[in-house]
Write a protein that binds this ligand. Structure first.
Ligand SMILES: Nc1nc2c(c(=O)[nH]1)N[C@H]1C(S)=C(S)[C@@H](COP(=O)(O)O)O[C@H]1N2
Ligand SMILES: [Mo]
Length: 325
């Protein structure tokens, strides 16, 4: 893993993001120089390799690890994190996104923040990467289907972005809208969900420091199948609240409609907080299996209230969480 762990508080410039292959090629080059064995590799060959590496999509992304969000749990392997996915725009099987998402074009990319704001802004990816210092945060992610992962994400609190647009007094909710382009996303041709994929949070949930605007994982920019180039991760809610490949963030007065709630309101509520006491109508939510550790069907772990993130409990005092599931 190629994460620069640093105690200084300077954000790392986007110019330091180097395609992973180039980075490794340079390292090998330097090693060979040190061994005095660079002779035999022509400069032409070196430049050809660099040119090839430019086309690689895996780009290193430096981040400062934030100890406040460290977890003493085994991380789910990079392979599992990037090959067991839900991203219905690329198919409904867990293996589909890793196979199909290469058609997603993640540059250029813009994200528009609009609605109940004093300043509507459209940001490109480089501006987004520069907006706040990138942090590595290890979060549990619990899917409503009954499995969980532990992932080293890279990003910063969504609140850093929302503060920039100056929400109006009417801003009560935040709507997140994913890209829906049938030329890039074969799944959008199938009416399994209402496209574009839409999710939402209440304003105070969106402003909570845990809510992560996510640009990378495992020291790299997000792989396409994980929602490149920018997604949300809301660790105390079921995974489907963490919308991928976001193009619009809209602040609203009224609670937004969300794709899963539209698809089946009885099974998927607006809040969708991880809650072992509220079963899904078709299965229990009291336990979960950890991808890569537990057997394919065995659920060994007790699911924790708010997925273990008790610091969010104060957002819901006085609310009946059986009613607001
Ligand atoms: N646009 C979009 N975002 C999405 C989904 C999706 O199908 N489309 N699936 C959700 C679900 S159900 C889960 S569990 C997580 C999975 O994220 P991961 O594949 O990075 O683990 O993404 C969520 N975000
Ligand atoms: Mo999920």
């Amino acid at each position: 893993m190629l994460i620069k762990k640093s105690s200084d508080s300077h954000p790392i410039a986007p110019s330091e993001i180097t395609p992973k292959e180039i980075f490794e090629e340079r390292r090998r080059f330097i090693q060979r120089m040190a061994l005095g064995s660079v002779a035999g590799t022509s400069l032409w060959e070196m430049s050809q390799r660099e040119a090839f590496a430019q086309n690689s999509s895996a780009q290193k992304l430096n981040a400062i690890s934030n100890p406040a969000y460290h977890l003493d749990e085994k991380k789910t392997s990079y392979k599992d994190v990037t090959s067991y996915n839900n991203f219905y725009e690329f198919g409904t099987d867990k293996g589909d996104p890793a196979v199909n998402a290469h058609t997603l074009k993640t540059r250029p990319w813009t994200i528009k923040i609009e609605g109940e704001v004093k300043k509507v802004v459209t940001l490109d990816l480089d501006s987004l990467l520069k907006l706040a210092p990138l942090e590595e945060r290890i979060y549990r992610l619990r899917c409503v289907e009954g499995w969980s992962m532990v992932v080293p994400w890279i990003g910063y609190s969504l609140s850093a972005l929302l503060k920039k647009v100056e929400p109006t007094a009417n801003a009560k909710y935040v709507e997140f809208i994913s890209l829906a382009d049938n030329k890039q996303m074969p799944g959008v041709g199938y009416p399994v969900l209402q496209w574009p994929y839409t999710e939402g949070l209440r304003m105070d949930e969106a402003m909570h420091p845990l809510t992560l605007l996510t640009l990378g994982l495992y020291g790299e920019v997000l792989p396409n199948q994980n929602g490149a180039p920018v997604r949300l991760v809301v660790p105390w809610k079921y995974g489907f609240k963490s919308a991928k490949s976001i193009v619009t963030i809209r602040l609203t007065k009224d609670q937004p409609r969300t794709s899963w709630n539209v698809a089946n309101a009885r099974e998927y509520g607006f809040y969708s907080n991880v809650n072992p006491e509220v079963d899904h109508p078709r299965w229990s939510q009291a336990s979960e299996r950890r991808i890569g550790e537990d057997g394919f069907l065995s659920r060994k772990r007790k699911t924790l209230m708010f997925n273990g993130y008790n610091e969010v409990a104060s957002l819901y005092v006085g609310m009946d969480l059986k009613k607001f599931y």
